[in-house]
Ligand binder design. Structure first.
Ligand code: SF4
Length: 471
């Protein structure tokens, strides 16, 4: 059967969409491989959130043109956000591309791939050369970037590895917030949510296959279901979803990302304080500490409200980690605006933050705003803010040295395959030696996929290092 390779750019939503595509190809008998050179189908699942992400995927596909010449039967496809934004125009500069599929059509990819594989390998009778490619088929390509009602419910299957203990669950698609810097509402469409029953059924199935931690995914995850499902007993659809997933027996940890600050109402703060499976980590995008810039970004909160929210979350759950996203160099950001962001970041002491230099995106209001900031200024602010964030991150990690933390072991460490890695409930990476645990029966048990208590011995960079405490 044909082999496929899929490369994913961008966020966790994209990772999840790629897994759905992989699942549907495997279900049709395709084999997944780890390198494009071995594949008969090469798919790039793209991201459009920053210009650099667009350029990376375009550059990669450009380089694959050589492979297309050497192996003309291979099917090449762009999926996801950039495919949605650029559509058929992608075929003009990259003629070896056969497939362009947008964000509401991931569930159709396997069917399109099947069709293209047949077309590109079909040979007229008498021709036996396996690399033959019909000239008229060179013009055959499939572009599907249409909207599809109900597409939010199509991201629901995934392949799991035998020891996989964590999984993402897509609960909604799209976003109606229209932040002025963001292209997502155009590439992902309007907000659409799956039903609570459907999501709980998926979580139950994952847990029955060994998953212990799920992360609920959405572009504005805590505004889940606001258009479809009414509040009941003053609880939003999102809080009711958290409660229902929390009840799944065997689930140990529950996470969600990415929320919007305006979706943190009293019912959600209350849920954070009373649902013990909710992990002690909230990713809370700040974007800017200047009210003037927040307004220009179309973020409907102030720096004061954000700070108050952080304090309420910290009061609701002891030891909760708070991480964030910040954009520096948004159009019109003065030194004073930047200083306000820096002061707020110092004040809050985030566990970690993703700091981005503002990158104009086509067809977004911010790209047209006057007073675009010089790249050198953006870079200076970026470096300066990273230093503030890294200092609080180091301080917080250092405080964990000498303590014992619960780690969900995910597998070998990426930087040292001889060691294992996992995450704490506060989402800190912990690296530890691959000791084995003995069951009461005397049998040796591997730690991968298990919850392990680890005594932290040192902190270095963004990771903690320790020794497992095995009974
Ligand atoms: S909330 Fe704003 S930044 Fe987040 S996806 Fe929606 S428009 Fe983009």
């Amino acid at each position: 059967m044909p082999k496929f390779f899929i490369k994913t750019y961008g966020c966790q939503m994209n990772e999840r969409d790629s897994e759905q595509v992989a699942h549907s190809l495997v279900a049709r008998g395709y084999e997944r491989v780890g390198h494009e050179a071995e594949a008969d189908v090469v798919l790039l699942n793209t991201c459009s959130v920053r210009d650099m992400a667009d350029q990376k995927a375009l550059g990669k596909m450009g380089m694959l043109g050589r492979l297309a010449k050497e192996r003309p039967h291979v099917v090449f496809g762009f999926l996801g956000c950039m495919a949605q934004a650029r559509g058929g125009s992608l075929l003009k500069d990259l003629p070896h591309v056969d497939l362009v599929v947008g964000t509401q059509k991931f569930h159709r990819v396997a069917e399109y791939v099947d069709e293209l594989v047949v077309k590109k390998t079909a040979r007229p009778s008498g021709i036996t050369d396996p690399s033959y490619r019909r000239m008229d088929d060179l013009r055959v390509s499939i572009v599907d970037i249409e909207k599809e009602a109900g597409s939010q419910s199509t991201i629901r299957n995934q392949q799991l590895t035998p020891t996989q203990a964590t999984a993402f669950v897509s609960i909604m698609q799209g976003c109606n917030m229209h932040c002025t810097f963001c292209i997502v509402p155009q590439t992902r469409g309007a907000e659409r949510s799956r039903s609570i029953d459907e999501i709980v059924a998926e979580v139950r199935d994952l847990v029955s296959r060994g998953v212990k931690e799920v992360t609920l995914l959405g572009q504005i995850v805590n505004l889940y279901g606001r258009h479809e499902f009414p509040k009941i007993d003053n609880k939003s659809a999102f809080v009711r979803l958290l409660e229902s997933v929390h009840e799944v027996e065997g689930l140990e940890r529950l996470r969600f990302t990415s929320p919007h600050p305006i979706g943190f109402r009293d019912d959600l703060i209350d849920a954070i304080s009373r649902l013990p499976k909710l992990a002690e980590h909230v990713h809370l995008p700040l974007q800017s500490g200047s009210n003037r810039i927040l307004k220009a970004m179309h973020r409907a909160y102030t720096a004061e409200k954000y700070l108050e929210l952080v304090q309420r979350i910290r009061l609701a759950r002891n030891g909760v980690a708070i991480t964030t996203d910040i954009i520096v160099g948004f159009p019109g950001e003065t030194d004073d605006d930047y200083r306000q962001t820096r002061d707020l970041v110092e004040d809050i002491q985030f566990d970690n933050a993703f700091v981005f230099r503002y990158s104009p995106r086509r067809d977004t209001p911010a790209a047209e705003m006057p007073d675009q900031i010089d790249e050198n200024v953006k870079e200076e602010r970026n470096q300066d803010l990273l230093e503030v964030v890294n200092t609080s991150n180091r301080r917080i990690l250092q405080r964990l040295v000498g303590t014992q933390v619960e780690v969900l072991c995910e597998g070998p460490s990426k930087t040292n395959r001889a060691r294992l890695m996992g995450r704490t409930r506060t989402n800190k990476i912990v690296v530890f030696p691959p000791s084995q645990k003995r069951r009461p029966s005397g049998e040796i048990e591997e730690l991968v996929g298990e919850l392990v208590n680890v005594r932290i011995e040192r902190a270095n960079g963004f990771s903690l290092y320790g020794m497992p405490r095995l009974e």
